[in-house]
Design a protein around this ligand. Structure first.
Ligand SMILES: [Zn+2]
Length: 380
């Protein structure tokens, strides 16, 4: 792999889907489009996203998660024992229907357009989660490739729906054992295949500290986390470390944000990473990919011995951050981090949920271009 420039630029993963791809995803869900036909449309979409990133000057590219319905539910098609359910279907099965419905309403989540992968049997990897996606991208670019995956804590909590999962796993801790196996096997194969960066998404960690045990996420069917957020965070850290432990020599990172399903910032969580610092310092990962373009994330904090993937543009607002503004954010981070530890990215994906893009492809591209210009002006 060619040496990376100073302040390497990546995206957090997802890119808005074309109308053609959204239609293909819908037809595939309905069972009226063959797998081959879907892949043909998706291949074209990935190539387009790849060209856009290359044109903008991104240093590590992704496939824009184009084949995925959302950033974590796609595992349903790859795992045994897991079924895709819309949130509307889940409403009938969760322990506390009233609360779940209230969460969906308060958070501005459309229950029919978002799906969840739910555990309904013993979980095993029937197919790799992202190895084929990686190979496809590698065939079409010379740039190093980043692969995004849902983290073990998010997957465990989102898949465990007591009324249907407990027959196979008495508790979510039991399910976690198989999730760790799945993600460890996947990470090993991705690294063997040459993935330059494997990023695990764990957006639910912020929910644990900002809501004081009052669950406010629709991503977790197992509504009841432990009463004590500290215990739950220790559990999350232990799951992540068990997955990443064997890959300390590779670039593995964790992305943590405060939600990315709505353009209404008021419905998203608010608060600094400060209550998470001790837990994040314990993670055996090389990089923390964090959001800092939104003022909801507070001041930039220092994390020991870690690279910071600094969020410098907000994917949810239409205004394109100026080059000057982005340079100021980078300079602020340089007061805490040595330049070689600083990476640059948007705060989150531009379409974590395929039916809920938070921006257009055009605006996303303009944001990336400014990010690249700002980085280039600060490189030696
Ligand atoms: Zn995010």
């Amino acid at each position: 792999m060619k040496a990376l420039p100073l302040f390497p630029i990546t995206t957090v993963g997802s890119w808005p889907r074309s109308i053609e791809l959204l239609r293909a995803q819908k037809l595939r869900r309905q069972g009226t489009l063959s797998e081959e036909e879907f892949e043909r449309v998706a291949d074209k979409a990935v190539l387009n996203v790849l060209r856009l990133q290359e044109e903008a000057g991104v240093d590590l590219v992704t496939d824009g998660e184009q084949r995925r319905d959302n950033f974590y539910s796609f595992v349903a098609a790859k795992l045994e024992g897991v079924r895709l359910m819309t949130l509307a279907e889940m409403l009938n099965l969760v322990e506390d229907t009233v609360s779940f419905e209230r969460i969906l309403r308060t958070l501005d989540v459309p229950s029919y357009s978002i799906s969840n992968a739910t555990c309904m049997g013993k979980v095993r990897r029937a197919r790799p989660l992202a190895v084929e996606e990686l190979r496809f991208v590698q065939k079409h670019t010379d740039k190093p490739v980043k692969v995004t995956l849902p983290g073990p804590y998010l997957l465990t909590r989102s898949m465990y729906l007591s009324s249907v999962s407990s027959k196979f796993y008495p508790t979510k801790e039991d399910l976690a054992e198989d999730v760790i196996q799945v993600l460890s096997d996947e990470t090993r194969e991705l690294i063997e295949q040459g993935a330059a960066f494997v990023q695990f998404d764990e957006p639910v960690l912020t929910e644990l500290v900002f809501t004081q045990g009052q669950t406010r996420t629709f991503m977790c069917a197992a509504l009841a986390a432990r009463k004590d957020p500290a215990e739950e965070l220790e559990f999350a850290v232990s799951l992540i470390n068990r997955v990443v432990d064997a890959f300390r020599d590779s670039r593995v990172g964790i992305h943590i944000c405060r939600g990315n399903w709505s353009k209404n910032e008021a419905t998203l969580l608010r608060g600094s990473y400060h209550p998470l610092v001790n837990y994040l310092n314990k993670l055996d990962v090389r990089q923390l990919v964090l959001e800092y373009a939104t003022e909801r994330a507070g001041d930039i904090l220092y994390f020991e011995d870690k690279e910071l993937g600094l969020g410098v543009v907000n994917p949810r607002i239409e205004r394109v951050e100026s080059v000057e503004e982005i340079k100021c954010s980078i300079e602020r981070a340089l007061q805490l981090y040595p330049p070689e530890k600083l990476w640059l990215n948007p705060d989150c994906g531009f379409s974590s949920f395929s039916n809920r893009p938070v921006n257009s492809s055009d605006i996303a591209l303009r944001k990336l271009r400014n990010l690249v210009v700002a980085a280039q002006s600060l490189r030696p």
